[in-house]
Design a protein around this ligand. Structure first.
Ligand SMILES: N[C@@H](CCC(=O)N[C@@H](CS)C(=O)NCC(=O)O)C(=O)O
Length: 202
């Protein structure tokens, strides 16, 4: 498998999952500064021009929740997705929220041009990022059972949540006001697989 990623992006979650699973994969780095994600060579891989994209023998898979679930299913021994249907649905619930709501709020900081051509509107969207992200993570703090998102079982939910926790300081959110989130972030970061993923994507 090959995993296209760019530093500092949501693709970190997929790299963590691959490392946790002990998967054989080639990390392929894109430079957003150079606009690699919009070059024809990459658009042939992922016409959406986004990362991550996982290249498998059966084709290309995009969208972080789908990629995480696929890795969990390929490597069941890694235990990245609970077998209990209700707990698995709780992971899906988090993935949907992170993908469709939290990520979108974060994108208003640097990608406002997706929503408006008006520079004043783009600036106004940026101003909403700290309060929106603080509100999302205040909610998530209440959902976090600890030590991991589900409680005792580490899962792909932790990899995905950690990836977005890392965005908080840059998004203007003070982690001192979110002690459960800060502790979760430190706990995930200490895992050897996560250290390897951070080294890969640095
Ligand atoms: N829904 C997608 C979002 C992917 C996404 O927006 N990735 C960002 C990086 S965090 C990206 O590739 N941005 C490139 C661009 O906007 O040009 C997912 O969850 O995988």
């Amino acid at each position: 498998m090959q995993l296209y990623y760019a530093p500092g992006t949501v693709a970190l979650a997929a790299v963590i999952a691959l490392e946790e699973a002990g998967a054989a994969y080639d990390p392929l780095r894109l430079s957003f500064a150079d606009g690699d994600q919009l070059q024809p060579a990459y658009l042939a891989v992922n016409p959406k021009g986004r990362v991550p994209a996982l290249v498998t023998d059966d084709g290309v898979l995009t969208e972080t929740p789908a990629i995480l679930r696929y890795i969990a299913a390929l490597y069941p021994e890694a235990g990245l997705l609970p077998s209990d249907p209700r707990e698995a649905a709780r992971v899906d619930e988090l993935c949907a929220y992170l993908s469709a709501t939290v990520h979108v709020s974060h994108a208003h900081r640097a990608r406002g041009a997706r929503w408006s051509d008006d520079p004043a509107v783009i600036e106004a969207l940026k101003l909403k990022v700290p309060s929106n992200m603080a509100a999302h993570f205040s909610y998530l703090s209440g959902q976090l059972r600890g030590p991991w998102y589900l409680g005792e079982q580490y899962s792909l939910a932790d990899a995905y949540l950690f990836t977005m926790e890392r965005w908080l300081p840059g998004d203007g959110v003070d982690l001192a006001g979110l002690p459960k989130i800060a502790a979760h972030m430190a706990r995930v970061e200490a895992r050897p697989a996560v250290q390897r993923a951070l080294a890969v994507t640095a």
